[in-house]
Design a binder for this molecule. Structure first.
Ligand code: UP5
Ligand code: MG
Length: 218
């Protein structure tokens, strides 16, 4: 059966106010450097849904790494076939490919506040981002969701995604647990993670998110 892995993971938890206090300095320096928010959580934890609400309420630009990769597939780019095979297997696309797509979006945007959704998914992704972009995230949101709930949400999404099937979701969950949780642990130790309980209605979850961003923007 689906195990509950995420919440049992021994995360350090610095207080939310100390995380926000540190991040605030970054958002104050408007337009000089980008303010980077990594939005992490397992497949179906609600990252994309909550990002849409943050964009609407707080004026961030939403960069979903998965959406950027799917766009590469549909535009028949040179990496399209490789990306499609990787996504079907629930594996992680080579870091440089994803970071370059994110970099292009950041550099061509007029905004300075970014939500980077579903990235970095592994330590190699994290290191590549920090080397190529030359910056760490200001803050990391982690949507903490039990596996049974993530599976239920993904399997009822019905938007025709090639990876929304029982076989691939099992692989995606394994990759999340093995490779993405260490990234969350890394940033937790650096005092950058705000953990959000992703169970509840979309609006209930957003209440927690709203509090974080309201405090950040003050
Ligand atoms: N829903 C949302 N919130 C809900 C709530 N509170 N209550 C009830 N239902 C809720 O939500 C999923 C579904 O649940 C939706 O139907 C929604 O209405 C409902 P969503 O907001 O889409 O969740 P999200 O966390 O965004 O789920 P997603 O499936 O997009 O997460 P993944 O991280 O798996 O997908 P992503 O697109 O980021 O990546 C896909 C693949 O691309 C990866 O597996 C990988 O192969 C590849 N990839 C890389 O290789 N590198 C990258 O950097 C990024 C992706
Ligand atoms: Mg998503």
């Amino acid at each position: 059966m689906w195990r509950r892995v995420v919440s049992l993971y021994p995360l350090l938890s610095p207080s939310k106010s100390s995380v926000l206090h540190r991040a605030k300095g970054g958002i104050a320096s408007k337009e000089k450097t980008p303010f980077i928010t990594f939005v992490l959580g397992g497949p179906g934890s609600g990252k994309g849904t909550q990002c849409a609400k943050i964009v609407e309420t707080f004026g961030f630009t939403h960069l979903s790494a998965g959406d950027l990769l799917r766009k590469e597939i549909s535009s028949n780019s040179e990496n399209g076939a490789m990306i499609l095979d990787t996504i079907k297997e629930g594996k992680i696309v080579p870091s440089e490919v994803t970071v370059k797509l994110i970099q292009k979006e950041i550099e061509s945007s007029d905004n300075y506040k970014f939500l980077i959704d579903g990235f970095p998914r592994c330590e190699k992704n994290r290191i590549a981002f920090e080397q190529i972009i030359g910056k760490e995230p200001n803050i990391v949101l982690f949507f903490d969701c039990p596996e049974y709930e993530m599976v239920k949400r993904v399997l009822s999404r019905n938007e025709g995604r090639v990876d929304d099937n029982v076989d691939t979701i099992k692989k995606r969950l394994k990759v999340f647990s093995a490779l993405n949780l260490p990234v969350i642990k890394h940033y937790t130790e650096k005092g950058k993670v705000c953990k959000i309980n992703a169970v509840g209605t979309v609006d209930e979850v957003f209440e927690q998110v709203r509090q974080i961003f309201t405090e950040l923007m003050v």
